[in-house]
Design a protein around this ligand. Structure first.
Ligand SMILES: CC(C)(COP(=O)(O)OP(=O)(O)OC[C@H]1O[C@@H](n2cnc3c(N)ncnc32)[C@H](O)[C@@H]1OP(=O)(O)O)[C@@H](O)C(=O)NCCC(=O)NCCS
Length: 111
């Protein structure tokens, strides 16, 4: 929503991995970044880390890619701003996201 400045709905979640457990007393750190935008959809990568609150050691606990679609007042898809990757890292992630999008849509069509 912060990127689109519109209400968004989740249309897809893929590559959801639970890597280590989050234990009672851990601090949970959640980071999310836009990796790709289409006409009305946005891919967001979410990384959740479990931090041992005493030692400060963090471990990646969960990782996922979520696709959101911006919607208008009728709930129909509405355009989002373009995501312009700025540095090499962002460009790499953008290219990878484009490939994921193709695979995701092909999968959705075949379901
Ligand atoms: C999301 C929704 C508005 C899309 O409507 P739609 O009529 O299928 O829209 P379109 O076919 O025009 O697709 C709109 C965008 O969604 C993308 N999309 C559609 N199905 C998708 C899927 N399964 N995975 C990823 N992206 C998808 C399209 O690629 C398109 O993106 P683009 O504009 O960037 O190219 C509609 O499917 C919906 O309301 N779904 C329910 C959402 C919901 O209830 N979420 C809550 C889950 S907790």
């Amino acid at each position: 929503m912060r990127f689109a400045r519109r209400p968004v709905v989740t249309v897809s979640i893929d590559s959801l991995h639970f890597i280590v457990p989050i234990k009672t007393g851990n601090t949970v750190l959640t980071r999310a970044r836009v990796t790709y935008s289409g006409k009305t959809s946005i891919e967001v990568e979410v990384v959740v880390e479990a931090e041992n609150s005493v030692t400060g050691v963090t471990k990646r606990a969960t990782h996922a890619f979520l696709t959101y679609v911006a919607v208008d007042d009728n709930g129909d898809p509405t355009p989002v701003p373009p995501f312009n990757p700025k540095n090499e890292e962002e460009k790499k992630r953008y290219a990878e996201a484009g490939a994921r999008r193709k695979a995701r849509l092909a999968q959705a069509r075949s379901d």
